[in-house]
Design a protein around this ligand. Structure first.
Ligand code: ADP
Length: 412
């Protein structure tokens, strides 16, 4: 009875010819393929002789490595080419050669000794390819993430530079229009309308530029806070006084409920905290129809005061409830919005909420929104939750910087 090794020698030539015909596409490849096949066959024989299928592994790894290098050069390939199908083809060739060249008992005996080697090799290659695939994907994701970070950095640098450049000429316009107002003593009502038009336009533009500067400071980890004793109740009173005219114009109701903790003191930057609260309240006015209601209440939680600002406005779709806190995350088509800070759905640049979020997070707090969805007819409303940390003293580092210290944003 011949051994598996005898049988392997016997069919070697037939195997080589069938395999080369199956794998070598074109004459030019034939020599290289034949060399590889011959080496493969030697190792196959070795694996059967020793009973250890791991003999094939270094050779298979060589195949994988050569595939990986060819994959790097073909940028457009979505999927790295796999060598597993080559092994399947060789297994079929082996079955076919055994069948065509050996008596059936011998063919079965040989194939039974070869099959575990093929199974092991296929399993090994599949595992290594998955590993290779994961590391390629991770590498590409990291590349993509760095590209996005660079893009985001240049965007916020652009905002910072543009904002500062715009501010200088704007200050000149503002100064001269104030001087015209004071010195020229314009009696003509048309002249007065024009001057107040310039003053309003300049004020609005200045607010937008200040928002752009704030958002770029937040982005670049440069927002510094000046902690002082703060009473939330006072801030809410100031905010509601500031919005009272708009609320009356829109025939809305703004109510601040008494709740436990409202009168407590904490340490915060009062100006920044007021700015954050105002941004949220102003949106509540803006996105609530005439006659609607804005309600402010809250509760004390361990270490925090939770402020809830609810409105009876258009609401926010679940898929937008995170996006609105990203800079320029305003929703809807800008061209269809009216403009104005508190007009119903008056357009804005989409910086109010990112600034509120930046300010709260710089204090160690948080902000999020809940809403049953967006509906301009049913007005499901929205509730913004503001978590304000309650402190008994100012944090160590008085000029608390947003997030952890990061690279200098302007360094490249
Ligand atoms: P802006 O108001 O300048 O567009 P914001 O950053 O303040 O920018 O708000 C981002 C977006 O979030 C708004 O464009 C609006 O679509 C949505 N939004 C904010 N507050 C409310 C609210 N109370 N009700 C409904 N939508 C809101």
């Amino acid at each position: 009875m011949p051994t598996a090794i005898d049988l392997l020698f016997r069919i070697r030539l037939a195997w080589m010819q069938t395999a080369a015909a199956r794998l070598a596409k074109g004459e030019s490849m034939r020599d290289t393929v034949s060399r590889e096949l011959s080496r493969f066959y030697d190792l196959l024989t070795e694996a059967v002789a020793t009973g250890d299928p791991a003999w094939m592994e270094p050779f298979l790894q060589g195949w994988l490595d050569s595939q990986a290098t060819s994959e790097v050069t073909s940028e457009e390939a979505d999927q790295p080419p796999s060598v597993v199908p080559v092994l399947h083809a060789l297994r079929e060739v082996t079955l076919q050669t055994c069948h065509e060249n050996l008596a059936s008992d011998d063919a079965v005996q040989l194939f039974l000794s070869l099959d575990p080697v093929f199974s092991h090799a296929i399993e090994y290659l599949s595992r290594e390819e998955v590993k290779e695939g994961i590391s390629t994907v991770t590498f590409r994701m990291n590349e993509l993430q760095s590209a996005l970070e660079r893009l985001d950095k240049s965007k916020s640098n652009f905002i910072a530079v543009a904002a500062h450049e715009l501010k200088t000429p704007l200050t000149l316009i503002e100064g001269y229009s104030n001087m015209m107002n004071d010195l020229l003593n314009v009696e003509d009502p048309r002249g007065q309308t024009m001057l107040s038009g310039i003053a309003n336009g300049t004020r609005r533009l200045k607010e937008i530029i200040d928002d752009m500067i704030d958002v770029s400071m937040i982005d670049n980890n440069m927002l510094s806070l000046h902690f002082q004793p703060v009473w939330l109740k006072q801030l809410l009173t100031l905010a509601s006084a500031e919005l009272q005219e708009a609320v009356d114009d829109r025939n809305q109701k703004l109510e601040i409920q008494a709740f436990e903790g409202l009168e407590d003191m904490t340490y915060a930057d009062p100006e920044r905290m007021l700015q954050a609260i105002l941004n949220v309240l102003r949106n509540a006015v803006k996105y609530t129809p005439d006659g609607g209601k804005i309600n402010v209440d809250g509760r004390r939680l361990p270490g925090f005061l939770e402020l809830r600002v609810s409105d009876t406005g258009i609401g926010i779709a679940p898929e937008d409830q995170v996006r609105i806190f990203e800079k320029f995350g305003r929703l809807g088509d800008p061209s269809t919005h009216s403009s104005g800070k508190t007009k119903f759905m008056g357009g804005g640049p989409g910086l109010g909420l990112p600034i509120a979020k930046g300010i709260l997070e710089a204090h160690g707090g948080a902000i999020w929104v809940e809403s049953d969805g967006y509906d301009e007819e049913m007005y499901p409303g929205s509730t913004f939750h503001l978590m304000i940390p309650m402190r008994e003293s100012a944090p160590e580092d008085k000029a608390v910087r947003l997030l952890e210290a990061m690279d200098d944003p302007f360094s490249d």
